[in-house]
Structures are given as structure tokens and as C-alpha cells.
Write a protein that binds this ligand. Structure first.
Ligand code: NAP
Length: 336
């Protein structure tokens, strides 16, 4: 095969706080060959996920840290340019774990072919039909054992996971209350997505009281994407035998010092709370079921969602940091 020149966003050092270009920068590399069971793909879209920030650091996690000198790992949609693996042909659109690079040599085992007859655009497989959309689906139904009639409290409610999660809660027959960082986001989730209430956590003052007012019968299920002060405020409003689905903790992903708390952890004991650590990758074998249900709800008009697609490979890092400023509007992606 002919050598291919690619550009990649290389992790040059472990970021301190919000990552910048002294730590992650664009480099040019050459691809010379494709080993057996691998694919050469042209990347079309990158998924920009808060979890990537954790993989940039050295803290042990569910995936190993990104090695220094490697491109930043992320889920991607790409087109196969060369295949050394059965089941993949040149021209196939594929989705899987790749990196922020224009072209990549990737293990075929990490990728699946997007059905050529899919009625949805390819980038839906990074958002509503991908791991992000399936996160609230399995998080509520399996990890959280959500049932009708419960009060569901959703943090980062206007984000990709939260906005879909709240709507799934409504489909299941729950009272759904969100927490989001602007009045506009709160208006969107209540007026357009059907949440029962939404608290602007930046302007509400005492968050514990604000949750108590919005959830007069207490919280049965807390789907937490944020951690920190939000988790502490929620802990004081949980009902006996409530469940916390611990999905994320974005409020401390860029912390430069260890973050203390939660200060109200005793309430887990006092209220017999179940805390369920949750990872979407535990449900990979069940993705087809989740995708089929999400597709059905989408086509029936029961789910709405926003995608925030930033154009241009060179804008990847600036786009990524929108997540931590709350400036993304829906599922954040880059179109390469
Ligand atoms: N466990 C899993 O398997 C899994 C899978 C996917 C995602 N996740 C987690 O799900 C969460 C949401 O991910 P996403 O991809 O859907 O991102 P997202 O919610 O679309 O974007 C992140 C949002 O978090 C909010 N935020 C940022 N910094 C914050 C802070 N300091 N305090 C409170 N809120 C803050 C911002 O909204 P506001 O304007 O409202 O502040 C921002 O828009 C993340 O914690 C992520 O790690 C977990």
C-alpha cells in the first residue's frame, strides 16, 4: 500500500487543569503499513467526551492512560481505506475506538460497520445511537432499575447524556427534575423535552433547598454526571432506599489537587441508599437492543436531541474544552 501522511493531536505531556496546546498539539506522521486484523481508516467525526480528560491523566481508570506521544484516544466514525480484516471492506463506514487523527491504523476488533441501509446519518452512531445515547438508556433501565412513578434527579441535564436520560425517564413515567447551568438550558429541557422542572444550579443559591423545593416528595433515583457540590446537595434529598447511578463527575475532571468530599456521604448509610458505579462498556453485548429501542423512540418523535458539531480538525482542542465551560449545546463532536 502507498504511504499515507496523517495529522494527529498528540498527547505531549499530562495536562494540568484545562488542557492546552503546550500539552496536546498537532503533529504530522506517516503510515507505512497495516498489520493483519487492522484497518486503515479516514476519520470523519470525533466524539468529544468528558471521559477523555481522565484518559489524558495518569490516574488508574477503566482504560489505561493514553501513552505520552500517542494521539488522543476517542470514539470516531471513519471510512475504511484499506482492510486486513475479514468483514470490513474498502468504503465501509465504521464506528469504534480510534483517536484524534485524520487517518488511523486501528484494530478491527474495536470497530463495527455502520449498516449501509441505516436511515440515520453516520454521526448519529457517535451520539444518540452510540455509547452516549446508550449511556442513559442502560444507566436508567439496568444500573438504576428505574420504575414508573419515581422522582428522577438528573445532573448535567441539558448535556448529551442528561437530556436523553431525562426524556427516557419521562417515557418510563417518572417525575423528572434536571440541574443545568443556564436559564436557557433549563427552558429547553422543560419546555421542549418535557422535564417537569429544572434548577439553574449557578443562580439558585442553596442547591440543597432548591432540590427540596423541586422534588417535594424526595428523590428516588439520582443520575449523577457531575459529583462535587451537586452530589452533596442531592444526598440530602434522597428518599429511603433511593439509588444513585454514579455515571460521571465532571465537576472535578480538571482538578489540579485531590478533591475532598462528598461531605454528606453518611446519608448513604442513614437512608439505605444503593450507589451503583456505572460504565457503559459493561453493556456492549446489549448495544443492538439499546440501539433498536432508541431508534424506535427517535422515529416515533419521542426523543429529541441536539448535536453540536464543530467543523475542522484544527479546532479539536478548543472544541473539547467547551465541555468544561458548559458551552456545548448537546452532543459535542468534530467533523474532521
Ligand atoms: N459512565 C459512563 O459510562 C459514561 C458514559 C458517557 C458519559 N459519561 C459521563 O456523563 C457526563 C456527561 O457527559 P456528556 O458527554 O453528556 O457531556 P455533556 O453533558 O454534553 O457536557 C458536559 C456538561 O457538563 C456540565 N458541566 C461542566 N462542568 C461542570 C461543573 N463544574 N459543574 C457542573 N456541571 C458542569 C456543563 O453543562 P452546564 O452548563 O449544565 O454546567 C457541560 O455542558 C460526564 O460526566 C461523562 O463523564 C459517563
Amino acid at each position: 500500500m502507498q504511504a499515507v501522511t496523517k495529522q494527529q493531536w498528540t498527547l505531549k505531556s499530562r495536562p494540568e487543569g484545562i488542557p492546552d496546546r503546550s500539552e496536546i498539539d498537532i503533529e504530522t506522521r506517516t503510515i507505512e503499513d497495516v498489520p493483519p486484523e487492522h484497518l486503515l481508516i479516514e476519520c470523519l467525526y470525533f466524539s468529544l467526551d468528558p471521559a477523555i480528560r481522565g484518559w489524558m491523566s495518569e490516574t488508574p481508570s477503566y482504560l489505561p492512560p493514553i501513552p505520552i506521544g500517542d494521539p488522543v484516544r476517542s470514539t470516531v466514525v471513519g471510512r475504511v481505506q484499506h482492510s486486513e480484516a475479514d468483514g470490513f471492506n474498502v468504503g465501509d463506514l465504521v464506528v469504534g475506538m480510534g483517536a484524534w487523527e485524520t487517518h488511523g491504523v486501528v484494530p478491527a476488533a474495536f470497530f463495527t460497520v455502520i449498516p449501509p441501509d441505516s436511515p440515520f446519518p453516520a454521526h448519529y452512531y457517535l451520539s444518540v445511537l452510540g455509547a452516549v445515547g446508550l449511556t442513559p438508556y442502560f444507566g436508567l433501565l439496568r444500573a438504576g432499575k428505574a420504575t414508573a412513578g419515581q422522582t428522577l434527579l438528573m445532573s448535567a441535564a441539558a448535556g448529551a447524556v442528561g437530556s436523553l436520560g431525562g426524556q427516557i425517564g419521562k417515557i418510563l413515567g417518572q417525575r423528572v427534575v434536571g440541574l443545568a447551568g443556564t436559564d436557557e438550558k433549563c427552558r429547553w429541557v422543560t419546555e421542549e423535552l418535557g422535564f417537569d422542572d429544572c434548577i439553574n444550579y449557578k443562580t439558585c443559591g442553596d442547591m440543597e433547598n432548591a432540590i427540596r423545593t423541586a422534588c417535594p416528595e424526595g428523590v428516588d433515583l439520582f443520575f449523577d454526571n457531575v459529583g462535587g457540590e451537586t452530589l452533596d446537595a442531592a444526598l440530602m434529598n434522597l428518599n429511603k432506599d433511593a439509588t444513585i447511578v454514579f455515571c460521571g463527575s465532571i465537576s472535578n475532571y480538571n482538578a489540579t489537587e485531590p478533591t475532598p468530599g462528598p461531605y454528606n456521604w453518611w446519608q448513604v448509610l442513614a437512608r439505605s441508599v444503593t450507589v451503583q458505579g456505572y460504565l457503559i462498556s459493561d453493556y456492549v453485548a446489549e448495544f443492538p437492543e439499546g440501539q433498536a429501542q432508541m431508534a424506535e423512540w427517535l422515529q416515533a418523535g419521542q426523543l429529541k436531541f441536539k448535536e453540536h458539531i464543530v467543523e475542522g480538525f484544527e479546532n479539536c482542542l478548543d472544541a473539547y474544552n467547551l465541555l468544561f465551560e458548559g458551552k456545548n449545546e448537546g452532543k459535542l463532536m468534530v467533523k474532521v
